[in-house]
Ligand binder design. Structure first.
Ligand SMILES: Cc1ncc(COP(=O)(O)O)c(C=O)c1O
Length: 390
């Protein structure tokens, strides 16, 4: 049994979440942080033990994964997610977002259309724009605090020449864990209109109300598919800056690898591979327990809001440790509300306008912390609610 109830104060560490709070400007130090997507949970003992053992060998040169690390990833996906990707399909660079940039570079002609379903993780927007491509935002339908893909709109955009789709499963920030039916429709439409499907599955181990389905199960899309995975979210190891990209088609894989290799961007550190081996082989129990704990945190947010802040729309949460709250009842823009919560009430939350510039009044709330810390965040929000919501 792991103790996730123990509140861990990360001030004084290099944590971005705790040190560079509130929109990166450091405007208000000492805030309780509920923004950037890492958790405050201690890493599994199995991983810490593996680090200690690795340190018994005193040399830390350039590193490359051994076959056992690919097998560890393969074993985890087969055991936990019912999909067995071939080890040759994988490569392990330094980060998912970089891998998205390079795929856009490799597979989309300059200025080409790249679609994503909004609201969504904001670096997707930056990746498209900074690559000189054209962003096609495909707003999801939003009804009764629940988001769904508007497939008609999606198909219309594909018909208009979309070259690539950046997909997020489970979805950050709206917390959807897409059903197999929804995923297959996305896959089929990408095949029909010959669009690359960049499937970001970094939140895959946090399918809370239903297990996540890997896009790789839909073999019809394999020639167009790039799957992004990582241990960063799953095991709270974002600081190790690593990823595992899975590309079934050999030509696509070679082209994407070339983007990295030609820029001399090779593997992450030995510590990343040490952690992957330990996590994917031995940390099943930690993963099960942390998901149970987060489910308890989701229940607390739902209950607290229903009882004390009933005008907040809590998006129905299926997965991830990030909740999406409709706080339009405060009568403020997302940016105003984020500032007020930081400056007057001492909490740092994610400004919803980053994830969807076209809607206002939303915040992203990171619930990956001890329940007592979550309670403090909710109480701060409640004070603001009492002051502003009539
Ligand atoms: C959906 C999603 N993709 C990618 C990342 C970041 O991945 P990386 O740090 O490996 O670039 C995050 C981090 O929050 C995320 O939520």
């Amino acid at each position: 049994m792991y103790d996730f109830d123990k509140a861990i104060d990360r001030t004084g560490t290099t944590s971005i979440k705790w040190n560079f709070q509130y929109d990166f400007h450091g405007k208000a130090d000492g805030l309780l942080p509920y923004w950037i997507a890492d958790t405050d949970f201690p890493v599994a003992n199995e991983i810490i033990d593996a680090f200690k053992k690795r340190c018994e060998h005193p040399v830390f040169g350039y590193a490359d994964p051994l076959p056992r690390t690919f097998e560890a990833v393969q074993g985890w996906w087969e055991r936990r997610h019912g999909w067995k990707p071939e080890t040759e399909w994988m490569f392990m660079p330094c980060g998912v977002v970089t891998g998205i940039y390079f795929a856009l570079e490799a597979f989309v002609p300059k200025g080409g259309k790249v679609l994503t379903f909004t609201p969504v993780y904001d670096p997707f927007f930056a990746a498209v724009k900074n690559s000189g491509h054209t962003l096609v935002a495909c707003p999801m339908d939003h009804k009764d605090n629940y988001y769904t893909i508007n497939f008609e709109k999606f198909e219309e955009e594909l018909k208009n020449g979309v070259k690539a789709v950046i997909f997020c499963n489970p979805h950050n920030p709206v917390g959807r864990v897409w059903t197999a039916e929804e995923l297959e429709k996305v896959a089929d439409l990408c095949v029909k209109y010959d669009a690359y499907l960049l499937s970001d599955e970094v939140h895959c181990d946090y399918g809370l109300t239903r297990p996540y389905t890997p896009m790789g199960k839909f073999t019809q899309v394999h020639d167009k598919l790039i799957v992004y995975t990582s241990m960063a979210k799953s095991f709270n190891l974002a600081g190790l800056v690593s990823a595992c990209i899975i590309v079934p088609n050999e030509e696509v894989r070679k082209k994407l690898r070339y983007e990295f290799d030609s820029r001399w961007m090779f593997s992450p550190t030995d510590f990343a591979f040490t952690a992957m081996d330990a996590a994917y082989n031995h940390a099943d129990q930690w993963m099960d327990e942390v998901c149970e704990y987060i489910k308890g945190n989701v229940a607390l947010v739902n209950q607290f809001c229903a009882e004390k802040m009933p005008k907040i729309g809590v998006t129905k949460h299926e997965g991830t440790f990030l909740m999406w709250l409709d706080m339009s009842c405060f009568g403020k823009t997302s940016t105003e509300l984020t500032s007020i919560l930081a400056e007057k009430y001492g909490i740092a939350v994610g400004d919803g306008s980053h994830y969807d510039p076209s809607t206002e009044g939303f915040i992203r709330f990171n619930i990956g912390c001890a329940r007592s810390v979550l309670q403090k965040g909710l109480e701060a929000m409640e004070r603001c609610y009492k002051d502003l919501v009539k």
